[in-house]
Design a protein around this ligand. Sequence first.
Ligand SMILES: *Cc1c(COP(=O)(O)O)cnc(C)c1O
Length: 377
Amino acid sequence: MIYLDNGATTEMDEKALVRMVYFLKSNYGNPLSQYSIGEEASRAVEAARIQVAQAIGASPSEIYFTSGGSESDNWALTAMANMYQKKRHIITTAIEHPAVINTCKYLEKQGFRVTYLPVSGDGFVDVEALRAALDEETCLVSVMTANNEIGTIQPIEEIADIVRTSGAWFHTDAVQAVGHIPVDVEKMHIDMLSASAHKFGGAKGSGFLYIRKGLDLEPFVHGGGQEHGKRAGTHNVPAIAAMGQAIKDAEKDMSVRMVYERKLRDTLIDRILDEIPGTRLNGSRDDRLPGNVNITFDGIENETMLFRLDAKGICASAGSACSAGAIEPSHVLRAIGLPDSEIRDSVRFTLSYRNTMEDINNTVEALKEICRDLRSR
Ligand SMILES: *Cc1c(COP(=O)(O)O)cnc(C)c1O
């Protein structure tokens, strides 16, 4: 198998998996219990909190463990909205993940005004449109750090600066960025940040929300006193311990992994564009996640392409998540101006440091064969 769908989820980091199994099997204690296995579990949760905080330049008390990226996005947006009676305007972008877009749609039904900022053909948020959209009612701006479909990395520092000056709060969905590219909440002036462990070698169903000190968001899960009383429920100790380990390893190896992934990425892009006619790259060529490749193959529907690739043991995706098995036309590709016919012909490959140059070359050969075959019909 050649796994080129790391944007959907990643294989677990080896050391993280060992930590996880230990807390599933050998130590199944509840961190709130008063005996030694409970205390060890509690220490593991707090150690992970420090590891996570260090990775994004936060302090441990600003990290809240959640069930993942979707929950973190839901919490940040709904709790922020509930803080304000009068400031009922939210700004986000047309290319956010459904966890942000659909939360905004929900808030619109609650009477909030939401502006969905347009993006350029490369996928960059229109900064002038942001300036124009901000008004005295704006309580929150949410702009993703890096896009999950086309990999475009936003100028977060510049965007967050504009937001800070306006007096609104700034949230970023950094699920695709954390563990892959440098993220620093201080340097980038981020007030809230969502991340998900299974996108950086941790376990599915775990993640965190960073909430800047002094920003008193309402709780998301009411119950026991876990997570400073803001997110109740017995800690997912195995996954949290694994997340701490995975983020630590990802941070330690980040620069090496980035250089390597970029080399694989650029080879894949260059070879496809050079050797397969009727192909185009979607998203920015330069300010792009090290592992992201998104290509339109003229005249070949992505559903057919994915099926053919799967038959050759290659895992890729149509970019946007499919709902109930059917591939919906991507709202991201639509936002960068692709017509529906080209959206349907686009495929995303997301690479990791585990892939080899042989994987890439074999994928190119497979793509050439599939394109030749389908186009000769
Ligand atoms: C995967 C993803 C999410 C959702 O994270 P989960 O942990 O799977 O809920 C949110 N935003 C982006 C950008 C993602 O890629």
